[in-house]
Design a protein around this ligand. Structure first.
Ligand SMILES: Nc1ncnc2c1ncn2[C@@H]1O[C@H](COP(=O)(O)OP(=O)(O)OP(=O)(O)O)[C@@H](O)[C@H]1O
Ligand SMILES: [Mg+2]
Length: 335
């Protein structure tokens, strides 16, 4: 795999204080060009403050950030031409129609009348808003507003896009549509900084993740790396004969293998779940069962879900609002 190591976003020691609140307390992060960085954090972690600093809406108290080659403090005007922002709260003008909203932004970005019209229609089409294009945004559903907002952030073909919790409050289908659009933008070369409280969203879209809490980066890496910091995996074994499940649980439990505990049968799925830390434990569990004459039909290992990673790295202080789906581990084990 070739890694592009050119950074579209570089942040060093960013600090922003509001009164007594240190919203950002020395944040460092990089986003490689053409990739998605997911910034995960609970309410009040500093995600929106970070996005606002990086989009020139507020000025940081200390630190340094370069986005698309522009210093966020010293070159705000140049930077604004290279970025797009979908804020946490929809920013469409209620009285204007979808088309008028997009046209107006195009004009604000110095597109000619014709170019602004063409670009507006192109984006309306792409976000399935053509039919609703003439209706005032006030009549749009939450999902339609979000799509209009996303379209608006893309008018100037930004090199770097900030998406601040782009799917909060959306139904699963609309969330999927937004994800598809984000993937498309990235495929076309955009770099995305995405904040989210949804583990599933991060897993779906992000190449790398940064976890922030109380204005500080507390963990980072690829999804796989983050998961592995939590330690354990789950060894999932499907016996050849489901009737053997209880006997297999007993065999593993009674064997008292080093570091292996909490073995569970999941009868509904006809599987055995064994929490493990090492490959040696995996081998010894399988060897034990095979040695006792149990037929094994299938073996897999699962890394922990991002929810569990999050709880582990934040010390369980705050629980992010997680959607129902998302984990890779069956509930029986996560519980
Ligand atoms: N304009 C402001 N004035 C005072 N305090 C602020 C301001 N903006 C943010 N804060 C505080 O800074 C901290 C970080 O807020 P921020 O909005 O960046 O968090 P967040 O991670 O985006 O949270 P959420 O998930 O709820 O959107 C919070 O304690 C918040 O109350
Ligand atoms: Mg926020």
């Amino acid at each position: 795999m070739t890694r592009i190591d050119k950074h579209a976003v570089e942040v060093r020691g960013l600090v922003k204080t509001f009164g007594d609140t240190k919203a950002l307390d020395g944040v460092d992060l990089d986003v490689r060009e053409g990739t998605v960085l997911g910034v995960l954090g609970p309410n009040g972690a500093g995600k929106t403050t970070l996005v606002r600093c990086l989009s020139t809406l507020i000025v940081p108290d200390a630190g340094h950030a370069v986005v698309a080659g522009c210093d966020v403090v010293r070159q705000p005007r140049q930077l604004r031409r290279r970025i797009g922002l979908t804020g946490q709260y929809a920013s469409v003008d209620e009285k204007l129609s979808g088309r008028e909203n997009l046209y107006m932004i195009g004009r604000l970005l110095d597109l000619s009348r014709k170019d602004a019209r063409v670009r507006a229609d192109e984006l309306l089409e792409r976000f399935s808003l053509t039919e609703a294009a003439k209706r005032p945004a006030a009549q749009y559903s939450g999902g339609m507003r979000r799509r209009l907002d996303l379209a608006a952030s893309m008018i100037g073909r930004p090199a770097v896009l900030y998406l601040d919790e782009p799917t909060t409050g959306l139904d699963p289908r609309t969330r999927g549509e937004v994800w598809d659009e984000v993937r498309r933008m990235v495929a076309e070369g955009a770099t995305v900084l995405l904040t989210t409280q949804y583990m599933e969203e991060a897993e779906q879209l992000a190449d790398e993740l940064t976890v922030i809490d109380r204005g500080r980066v507390i963990a980072g890496g690829t999804v796989e790396e983050l998961k592995s910091t939590v330690g354990g995996r789950t060894l999932v074994i499907r016996p050849g004969d489901p009737a053997h499940l209880p006997a297999m649980v007993r065999a593993v439990t009674e064997a008292g293998l080093d570091g292996v505990g909490g073995v569970q049968a999941v009868p509904d799925e006809g599987r055995l779940h064994v929490p493990i830390l090492t490959d040696e434990q995996l081998t010894s569990v399988v060897a034990l069962l095979a040695g006792r004459g149990f037929a094994i039909a299938h073996i897999a290992t699962h890394l922990p879900s991002l929810d569990e990673v999050f709880l582990a790295v934040t010390g369980g202080r705050t629980t992010p609002a997680a959607p129902a789906a998302g984990g890779t581990i069956p509930e029986e084990v996560a519980a």
